[in-house]
Ligand binder design. Structure first.
Ligand SMILES: CC(C)(COP(=O)(O)OP(=O)(O)OC[C@H]1O[C@@H](n2cnc3c(N)ncnc32)[C@H](O)[C@@H]1OP(=O)(O)O)[C@@H](O)C(=O)NCCC(=O)NCCS
Length: 165
């Protein structure tokens, strides 16, 4: 039996180790991390999944960003320990966190990832929304938590502390 709960400060390094295990070495060199450097993830939306022995099985974090001055959520990293992949845990983490994001008043979410996986959660390619290079534009995906929240929104994805335009 696996339970989901918000990530706490004490989870931080264990979650980092899980991400190191699940992603290729040097994950922090990815351009998306330049949007995260020095900015805290949104604690209210980040989740950990632990089994009955309290062993970490999965985690998801979100960062705030801006697109054309408008607030958006950057989903990720999300990872499930290899011993638990394919059990629906990734989907449970994503759905739970997206529901919390909608309840918290966020309008839109984006990520860099595989469309065949994220399509099932309502993510689709975002035309004209540019992640810091080098990022394959086909992997920049968005999901509207409010109808039309991505309509007409274009431009570079900027750090949260870049200010409003
Ligand atoms: C991606 C990840 C979070 C999915 O978690 P999970 O708990 O295994 O996923 P679920 O059990 O909810 O869903 C499994 C389904 O997703 C599919 N899937 C998983 N990763 C996929 C991918 N990259 N592309 C397409 N489909 C994918 C599986 O084939 C499976 O399909 P099925 O339902 O038709 O059998 C997990 O595999 C993982 O941690 N991978 C390594 C880190 C990573 O790549 N994170 C995402 C970065 S974009």
């Amino acid at each position: 039996m696996i339970g989901l709960r918000p990530e706490r400060q004490a989870d931080w390094w264990e979650v980092e180790a899980l991400f190191d295990l699940c992603f290729a070495p040097g994950r922090e060199a990815l351009s998306s991390y330049r949007l995260r450097d020095g900015i805290a993830p949104l604690a209210a939306l980040s989740r950990v999944a632990r089994d009955e022995q309290d062993i970490l099985a999965g985690a998801i974090r979100f960062w705030p960003v801006r697109v054309s001055g408008r607030a958006a959520l950057l989903l990720g990293p999300v990872a499930v320990h290899p011993t638990h992949q394919g059990e629906g845990l990734g989907g449970a983490l994503i759905r739970d966190a997206l529901a919390a994001a909608g309840e918290a008043g966020w309008d839109r979410v984006l990520l860099v990832g595989d469309a065949p996986y994220y399509g099932r959660f309502g993510f689709a390619r975002l035309d004209g929304v540019e992640m810091p290079p080098p990022t394959n534009p086909d992997r920049v995906l968005g999901h509207a938590l409010r109808p039309g929240a991505w309509d007409g929104l274009r431009g570079r994805v900027m750090r949260w502390d870049s200010g409003r335009t």
